[in-house]
Design a protein around this ligand. Structure first.
Ligand SMILES: C[S@@+](CC[C@H](N)C(=O)[O-])C[C@H]1O[C@@H](n2cnc3c(N)ncnc32)[C@H](O)[C@@H]1O
Length: 256
């Protein structure tokens, strides 16, 4: 498939539209768990978390799927906390938002074992963030606020205008934002055609290629983050196939 990497190409992904109980959808979510190992997603997230000025206590994941990627992050941080009781990652509350309810009860128990409290929330991310409301500058921060909003393989589902609105909504609701997305690069595109070698089914094989074509590069996400002072932005290639964006409220800029 030819791709002009200068431009994002957005096409609907099959997993979003399949009934979560459909066996192809179940299998594709299992594929995603395997692909996260290959993409090094957990390490990318852990490194991005180190950029935050302080550890978050209230976290929202957008498009969380089955919630297992952040569970792996929670487990890793719990292990660190065991070795160093002064480590600050404890009693984190995470809301796992997705349009489909696909978080297993075992996953919720596993979060509990890691010392985190996870709550699944089935809703549309745009609705939740109130992104149909006025522009960010005219709004107060929503009553639902989080120290951190995180998105994994999620933002690339949306076009520029939708993203600008969604990121404005996110900025009103959080102190920090992390997104780990596919990188729109020749290498990632090549690899996306090979996911069959990792046992991926037809849904994942198609969605993997579409994800890369809709992925990000350079400072594309920074450009869509609401402009104005008060935020520190980082955007960089992450791992062989990933692209990471981090926004943190700048404590200096927000000082009274
Ligand atoms: C590619 S999957 C990624 C799942 C998970 N974050 C991961 O990395 O394994 C994208 C997820 O976004 C969800 N999604 C897509 N559009 C959404 C929306 N508008 N609101 C909430 N969830 C959405 C889909 O149901 C799906 O679970």
């Amino acid at each position: 498939m030819r791709i002009n990497q200068a431009e994002r190409v957005l096409e609907p992904e099959d997993l979003d539209h399949l009934d979560p109980a459909d066996r192809h959808a179940i299998r594709s979510r299992a594929d995603l768990r395997r692909l996260h190992w290959l993409m090094g997603s957990r390490g990318i997230l852990l490194r991005a978390l180190r950029r935050l000025p302080r550890p978050p206590r209230r976290v929202l994941e957008l498009g969380a799927g089955d919630g297992t990627l952040m569970l792996r992050v929670a487990r890793k941080l719990a292990k660190k906390a065991k070795m160093d009781p002064a480590a600050p990652w404890a009693k984190v509350r995470i809301t796992l938002l997705d349009q489909h309810r696909v978080v297993a009860n075992e996953t919720l128990h596993a979060y509990q074992k890691a010392g985190w409290h996870a709550t699944p929330l089935q809703t549309d991310a745009n609705q939740f963030l109130g992104t149909t409301a006025e522009p960010a500058a005219d709004c107060q921060r929503g009553s639902e606020s989080f120290h951190l909003i995180v998105a994994n393989l999620f933002l690339h589902h949306f076009d520029k205008d939708a993203l600008r609105t969604m990121l404005s909504g996110a900025a009103r609701h959080c102190d920090a934002f992390i997104a780990c997305e596919p990188r729109r690069s020749a290498l990632a595109l090549f690899a996306s055609h090979l996911v069959a070698l990792a046992g991926a089914n037809a849904v994942t094989r198609k969605d993997a290629v579409l994800s890369v074509r809709a992925g990000f590069r350079n400072t594309e996400l920074s450009a869509l983050w609401p402009s104005g002072p008060g935020w520190r932005l980082f955007e960089y290639p992450a791992g062989p196939f990933g692209h990471c964006f981090v926004a943190c409220r700048d404590p200096a800029a927000n000082a009274p």
